[in-house]
Each structure stands twice: as C-alpha cells, then as structure tokens.
Design a protein around this ligand. Structure first.
Ligand code: HEC
Length: 113
C-alpha cells in the first residue's frame, strides 16, 4: 500500500488507544462491587459500625432512625452502594474507602436472614 494509508492507520490506533484509556478511567473507580469489597474483616467492620452506623441503625442492627439491618438479607453490592452514596437522610461517605470492605462484610453478616 502507498504512503497515503499511514495517517489513517496511525489515526485509528490513536483513536483506539484513547477509547481504551477513557474506558479504563470510567470503569476503574466503580470496579465490580464484589471485587471492591472482597476481603473485608467482619470484626473491624463491627467497630466501624458501632461508631458510624449504630446511632441510626441500632447497636444490634435492629433499627432506629434507619431501618433494621439485622436479618434484612442485604448483599455486598447493595450495602456498598448505599454506604457510598447515602440514601434519604442517611449521609454518604460515613466511612473511608479503606474501611468499605470491613463495614460491608459486617453489615452483610449482620443482615444474613
Ligand atoms: C443519620 C442516620 C444514619 C446513619 C448514621 C446511617 N444510616 Fe443507614 N440508613 C438510614 C436511613 C434513614 C435509611 C433508609 C433510607 C431510605 O430508604 O430512605 C438507611 C438505609 C440503610 C441501608 C439500606 C437498608 C435496606 O434495607 O434497604 C443500609 C444497608 C444502611 N443504611 C447501612 C448503613 C451503614 C453501614 C451505616 C454506617 C456506615 C449507616 N447506614 C449509617 C440512616 C442512617
């Protein structure tokens, strides 16, 4: 093929690379919830829960201002989404990203039916 093709090929490669980069940046922060919370420590999570959550959800998760979590059958993705974003009067960002796996592990274990 003649030299006339080269800009096209280079342009295509740049476009593909940009697309891949854009995708990586869009999807990296919201990696699959299950993966993001893997390895949480239930016991550390309980400490965080008593400090940040018990005031509204009760020390045993039996509810208060917020709904009961004990026995609610919540999964990790749901808990993570609500902890990150808040809901209703529940504020977002109560726990740091580093604490998310622990709090999610605890709430999931607490909410097991
Ligand atoms: C200021 C009070 C308050 C605090 C603090 C609070 N929550 Fe909540 N939470 C609520 C309320 C109210 C709702 C119900 C929101 C709605 O559905 O409108 C809720 C809902 C939830 C739900 C969804 C329950 C369901 O059955 O759908 C989960 C899970 C949850 N909270 C977890 C937590 C965790 C974990 C913490 C601590 C990091 C926490 N909350 C701290 C008030 C609070």
């Amino acid at each position: 093929m003649g030299r006339g093709w080269r800009p096209l090929i280079v342009g295509g490669a740049v476009a593909a690379g940009t697309f891949a980069l854009a995708q990586a940046q869009i999807f990296a922060p919201s990696a699959p919830a299950g993966g993001a919370v893997a390895g949480g420590d239930v016991y550390r999570g309980e400490t965080i829960y008593q400090r940040e959550c018990a005031g509204c959800h009760g020390a045993g998760g039996d509810g208060g201002v917020g709904p009961a979590l004990a026995g609610a059958g919540l999964d990790a993705a749901t808990v993570l989404a609500i902890v990150r974003s808040g809901r209703g009067v529940m504020p977002a960002g109560l726990v740091s990203e580093a604490q998310e796996p622990d709090i999610v592990a605890y709430v999931v274990s607490l909410s097991a039916p």
